[in-house]
Design a binder for this molecule. Structure first.
Ligand code: NAD
Ligand code: UDP
Length: 341
């Protein structure tokens, strides 16, 4: 704690990575980004520089590009890696499983091998609540059974297992697996936020596109689930809280040695209809919606027990659903075309 670290952030130009870079810099750490920009825009890096007033090193590279990655490790004396880089669309992963296995798993293996060579053995990895499959009860604790239903989820579970094996063979590694619930919202400046390609799959980006009139109507994926209003319940978490979770995780990684696993959520579940209501209140816009069929693979209720992160990392979410909706909307209004000009 309190010691400045030099951190490689893979996928640092992306949604969660960019917010985490800002919070790391605010906490006094030095950040180097690697991103191949396959799902992001260099503009986000400029915006991180604007917000923080710091000239961050950015490397356009694929994590599987051994030559470029070795150069980056050779030129920098990293204390740790925060590993966000990866493909993340569930539906696409079912259509293109090989692409997901190659990008997410092979890419990470190359990077881990380079970390070993340069003796950088502290890693925080972006996992997901998707590794819990269909939970039998809620709130979900870290020791619940794990199972996955799609190739994207499998890459997360396999990488969790791979990282645990690496630690078993060499106890000098420190591995923190962070299982995110549903990140939404944006930095309060409105300069960085989520900028999905094409029609969004996720609820909040879809709602904001309806609110600005880019999409006509929201499809609510069914109201026949066993919940109070029949729509699915999720644990939405403000992306800045999530970013802060990474700062806490990285600052405690050396004292908190071995393999550590934490849920990052708020512990509160909101239904799709509740999210719509909160968004309407925050934005003053009406969101036209219609009830549609269930989406394959959706679980009815999913929310976290994040008490372990509170106990061991001293982290808990600060922002509520109103602030999440307000900041998502603020980002959308300030950047109607996202990072594209
Ligand atoms: P994102 O797509 O905005 O960010 C990922 C970044 O990684 C992008 O900038 C992309 O260009 C980059 N990237 C992808 N493959 C790469 C490669 N081979 N080499 C270099 N860069 C590469 O996604 P995000 O929402 O910020 O998610 C970050 C991480 O968190 C991902 O691993 C994702 O699976 C995980 N996660 C996200 C969510 C969510 O709902 N957003 C939930 C749980 C877990
Ligand atoms: N959802 C919806 N309409 C949409 C997108 C999502 O009703 O256009 C619902 C979805 O069924 C789920 C919740 O919103 O219950 C959150 O979905 P999202 O894809 O954002 O996250 P997930 O929990 O699936 O990772």
């Amino acid at each position: 704690m309190g010691i400045e670290m030099k951190i490689l952030v893979t996928g640092g130009a992306g949604y969660i990575g960019s917010h985490t870079c800002v919070e790391l810099i605010n906490a006094g750490h030095e950040v180097v980004i690697v991103d191949n920009l396959c799902n992001s825009n260099i503009e986000s890096v400029k915006r991180i520089r604007e917000i923080t007033g710091k000239d961050i090193e950015f490397n356009e590279a694929d994590i599987s590009d051994r030559e470029k990655m070795e150069k980056i490790f050779c030129n920098n004396n990293f204390d740790a890696v925060i590993h966000f880089a990866g493909l993340k669309a569930v539906g696409e992963s079912c259509e293109k499983p090989l692409e997901y296995f190659i990008n997410n798993i092979s890419g990470t293996l190359v990077m881990l091998d380079i970390m070993k060579k340069y003796n950088v053995k502290n890693i925080v990895f972006s996992s997901s609540a998707t590794v819990y499959g269909t939970p039998k009860t809620v709130p979900i604790k870290e020791d619940f059974p794990l199972s996955v239903t799609n190739p994207y989820g499998r890459t997360k579970l396999m990488l969790e297992e791979i990282l645990q094996d690496i630690y078993k063979a060499d106890n000098q590694w420190n591995v923190t697996l962070l299982r995110y619930f549903n990140p939404i919202g944006a930095h309060k400046s409105g300069k960085i936020g989520e900028d999905p390609n094409g029609i969004p799959n996720n609820l909040l980006p879809y709602i904001t596109k309806v609110a600005i009139g880019e999409l006509p109507i929201l499809n609510v994926f069914a109201n026949d689930y066993p919940t109070e209003d029949g729509t699915c319940i999720r644990d939405y978490i403000h992306v800045v809280d999530l970013a802060d979770g990474h700062v806490k995780a990285i600052e405690s990684i050396k004292d908190n040695s071995g393999v550590r696993i934490y849920n990052l959520g708020t512990g509160n579940g909101y239904s799709v209809l509740e999210v719509i209501k909160n968004f309407e209140k925050a934005s003053g816009k009406q969101i036209p919606f219609q009830i549609a069929d269930r989406r394959a693979g959706d679980v009815a209720v999913c929310y976290a027990d994040s008490s372990l992160a509170k106990k061991e990392l001293g982290w808990e979410a600060k922002y509520g659903i109103e602030e999440m909706c307000r900041d998502s909307w603020n980002w959308q209004v300030n950047n109607p075309k996202g990072y594209g000009v």
